[in-house]
Design a binder for this molecule. Sequence first.
Ligand code: SAH
Ligand code: SF4
Ligand code: F3S
Length: 491
Amino acid sequence: MSQNIKDVEHYFIQPDLKAAKRRGKEKVQVLDFEQIPEDMRGVGAGKKYMIRTYGCQMNVHDSETIAGMLEQMGYEETEEERQADVILFNTCAIRENAEDKVFGGIGRMKNLKLENPDLILGVCGCMSQEEAVVNRILQKHQHVDLIFGTHNIHRVPHLLRNALLSKEMVIEVWSKEGDIVENIPKVRQDGLKAWVNIMYGCDKFCTYCIVPYTRGKERSRRPQDVLDEVRHLARLGYQEVTLLGQNVNAYGKDFSDISYTFGDLMDEVRQIGIPRVRFTTSHPRDFDNHLIDVLAKGGNLVEHIHLPAQSGNTQILKMMARKYTREKYLDLVERMKAAIPNVVLTTDIIVGFPGETDEQFEDTLSLMREVEYDSAFTFIYSPREGTPAAKMKDDIPMEVKKERLQRLNRLQEEISLRKNQALQGHVVEVLVEGESKKNEEVLSGRTRSNKLVNFVAPKSLIGKMTYVKITTPKTWSLDGEWVGEVEALHG
Ligand code: SAH
Ligand code: SF4
Ligand code: F3S
């Protein structure tokens, strides 16, 4: 195997959070994936890989891309660690407990590596973009063979070649704004539902958040590339696509040659024959009326909007640099509720931001009551090194933060149950995903608003759209009776 100059140059490149923060004016390059290098084709024949994925849907989809390249090199997937020749940890840096889990996992690999010295152990994803993480791996986890970041996923074949050849740890983490690389092979994990990136990166720099440092600047895929991918998935028989971005509402803002927004994109995706289209995540700040009008057209655009609030208090929102007030957020919610029939709203909330008082927390509870989310992801604030909030004075004891989280969760559970009870007796459209995890006699699927429904029906319905009458609503799921192919009375 030959090693070219480029590979040697990139051999030991460590992350640099300061450099990652810079937002240059250079044009984003849209590159085409260069095929798998000749000497790497077939390298994986008879060998197996395993990817452990942490974090958000972006990471889940990145893992599908990494799997695509590995399979083109001949590797096959395994779920058995001991059978794997390559194990990659695709990591998440969003909170400390996410990082702890990864370090626990990497630590456990030490024995496996002793048993099988030829095993290639790699770490990629958002944690690799952090200096402190790479230093810790260098100091304490010398059994890691390869570290690469979020900007050079397309270099997996080259990096793997280096890792196979080298006795030293191979590190290639680029701290840059990022490009777009099209046509990387993918192996999608699910034959029904597909993830589709529409943009990468984030420029919002919410003061608590590490993502703008780990994922580079906001950059949108060209509309044609997104639409072609969705059309292709429709032809393959996919029932659902989820359009992905850290802030999908900023889609198109970086185009210099055309004026084209997320609303425009959704209006075109609406006309593609794929039964369901979702998107995540939307930042309230860039959510415009045009988009609301397009979503109100319904059809395959489902009436579910994930709209992270983070806090219900304007002062805290200001300290978070969310760039909206409580009133603006509520006004947006009102416009959505007025325009989109039966719209279901879900959210993300952080409790215990530095200095958050009891009164300020009460505002978050009251926001939750006022909006009536169907569900919420709730988190205790976790300081992230290098972010502005990590330097803010925080005198709120952890016990208080935990108590707040519990109160918030209890309130959300009450609201979720009430919302689900309102569906009692209604017929809902369900995309049948498979047997229920708890009982193989029961099928489970999702409503348009992404609620889990369990019901008894023939297995032949798996992978299809059907209708179910809700009989027993619960807090986290709905039990129902299959009614077959009747018209839905209610989405
Ligand atoms: N781009 C998305 C959020 C991605 S991160 C958005 O802005 O809506 C997912 C969620 O993790 C965030 O919405 C936030 O609630 C939470 N989060 C991010 N950083 C955090 C931190 N430092 N501590 C606790 N929760 C955090
Ligand atoms: Fe993080 Fe804010 Fe960007 Fe979301 S919008 S990824 S919370 S910086
Ligand atoms: Fe985590 Fe990175 Fe996603 S930090 S939440 S995996 S963008």
